[in-house]
Design a protein around this ligand. Structure first.
Ligand code: NAI
Length: 462
């Protein structure tokens, strides 16, 4: 039996970041992880591999659509799918080994195996029981199931199976127009699949600023994705070579079927806490299966904490990382804190979509007086030079105080641009603060400044 200050269950972004910070702050730390590699869903079968495929297929798209326009002549590249998958696996390997290196550097013990919690202060892995003053559950989430749909990870797949398909499907049906459906749908559309996305709601990307969602849908349609909105999937029937998705339209109950070679089920994720023994321990849970915690990540049991997808809030790697860091600091006697009102969300399609703070719809519901500053990438020289002038930056600011309340960007590098606004919001900045900050020319960031100017006396290039 080994004894630690802290044992963290789960080596994903929440768990490994928490472990590194706790070790840096002088705690004796172990992480229990049952996968062959560290990094959790994000590094192994989520964020990182999908970004590798998005990168490869983005370049393919560029070569096919834009090279000739720039005077780059010759045959556009063809796709060697197994090789593209090897590139993706290579990227995963480099990242997961990087975490292993950081564990060694910070003297964090990796206990390999699947953990359960037989009692407060104890973690069991295999036949061994380890002791810890504090136990942190950072076990993440798994794909939600859908009634009437059986996942086989070959024909009917989750995001995990979608990263290792044997061949590029001629027809791909995607259930759910959320982040996973649109990112993976984009990958396969660029690879030549006919992609149809079936979504229960009347708009894509639920919760996103409606103006951005609308523009995003139009751009994706131009890229070849088809959408069936307001449709509830009832069941999926499979044959040896394909599947039929049976759905019902919400507006008139009309039923229809869509045939596809592969079906991606992307209808959300749920906390993964099975096998930990939480019920026997008496850990309080929320109605949708998340572990209930207070604002210091403490469960109802002393010395037992939880972070990341396993608790409430957006299921995002960076939210889990921030919680991991904050909790490590709390356990080391410092004051860790997460500002949930400034957590960016990014969709890594082309163009990217990024958002932080409140949407216009939320502000309207709250009855808040606000103003909108918008700037189209059409007026941004750098975006024009790279054929990425579709999209815009939209900044929402308080009508009286000019304080930035939210920002929504669809356009080139939106996922990076959003952070200048996150920092501004963290410092309680006004739109004018952004507008008066000199921005280098020619950069995409100038579009952010122009949107901030549009909250005041007006953008220059509009
Ligand atoms: P999601 O919650 O983003 O979207 C699921 C969609 O499926 C919703 O639009 C919902 O209305 C729809 N849906 C549900 N049941 C349906 C039915 N029966 N028929 C038709 N449509 C139905 O979930 P998603 O895309 O699976 O992602 C899961 C989680 O992973 C999310 O929390 C997401 O934020 C996170 N994630 C984040 C990424 C990023 O930050 N870039 C990348 C991938 C995942």
């Amino acid at each position: 039996m080994a004894s630690f200050d802290t044992i963290i269950i789960g080596g994903g972004p929440g768990g490994y970041v928490c472990a590194i910070r706790a070790a840096q702050l002088g705690l004796k730390v172990a992480v229990v992880e049952g996968r062959e590699t560290l990094g959790g869903t994000c590094l192994n079968v989520g964020c990182i591999p999908s970004k590798a495929l998005l990168n490869a297929t983005h370049h393919l798209h560029e070569a096919r659509e834009n090279f000739e326009k720039m005077g780059l002549m010759g045959t556009a590249p063809t796709v060697d799918w197994p090789k593209m998958l090897c590139y993706k696996d290579d990227v995963i390997g480099q990242n997961t080994k990087g975490i292993e290196f950081l564990f060694k550097k910070n003297k964090i013990i990796w206990i390999k195996g699947w953990a359960s919690i037989p009692a407060v202060g104890q973690v069991k892995v295999g036949d061994e029981v380890h002791e810890a003053k504090n136990i942190i559950i950072a076990t993440g989430s798994e794909s939600s199931s859908l009634n009437g749909v059986t996942i086989d990870e070959k024909i009917v797949v989750t995001s995990t199976g979608a990263l290792t398909l044997e061949k590029i499907p001629a027809k791909l049906a995607v259930i759910g127009a959320g982040v996973i459906g649109l990112e993976m749908g984009s990958v396969y559309a660029r690879l030549g699949s006919e992609v149809t996305v079936i979504e229960y709601l009347d708009a894509i990307t639920p919760g996103m600023d409606a103006e951005v969602a609308k523009s995003f849908q139009r751009i994706l349609q131009k890229q070849g994705l088809k959408f069936i909105l307001g449709a509830a999937v009832q069941s999926v029937a499979t044959t040896a070579t394909g599947a039929s998705v049976h759905y019902k339209l919400n507006k008139n109950d009309a039923e229809a079927t869509l045939d596809a070679d592969t079906v991606l089920v992307a209808t959300g994720r749920r906390p993964y806490t099975a096998g930990l023994g939480l019920e026997a321990l008496g850990v309080e849970m929320l109605p949708h299966g998340q572990i209930k915690t207070d604002n210091h990540f403490a469960t109802n049991l002393s010395g037992l904490y939880a972070i990341g997808d396993a608790i409430g809030g957006p299921m995002l790697a960076h939210k889990a990382e921030d919680e991991g860091m904050a909790l490590a600091e709390i356990l080391a006697g410092k004051s860790g804190h997460v500002n949930y009102s400034v957590i960016p969300g990014v969709i890594y399609t082309t163009p990217e979509v990024a958002t932080v703070g409140q949407t216009e719809e939320q502000l309207k519901t709250e009855g808040r007086a606000y103003k909108v500053g918008k700037f189209s990438f059409m007026g941004n020289g750098r975006a024009k030079a790279v054929f990425q002038s579709e999209g815009f930056v939209k900044i929402l600011a308080d009508k009286d105080t000019d304080r930035i309340l939210g920002a929504h960007i669809i356009g080139p590098m939106a996922g990076d641009l959003i952070h200048e606004i996150c920092i501004a919001m963290e410092f309680g900045a006004s739109a004018q603060d952004l507008a008066l900050t000199c921005h280098a020319h020619p950069t995409y960031s100038e579009a952010v400044r122009e949107a901030a100017l549009a909250c005041g006396d007006g953008a220059i290039h509009a």
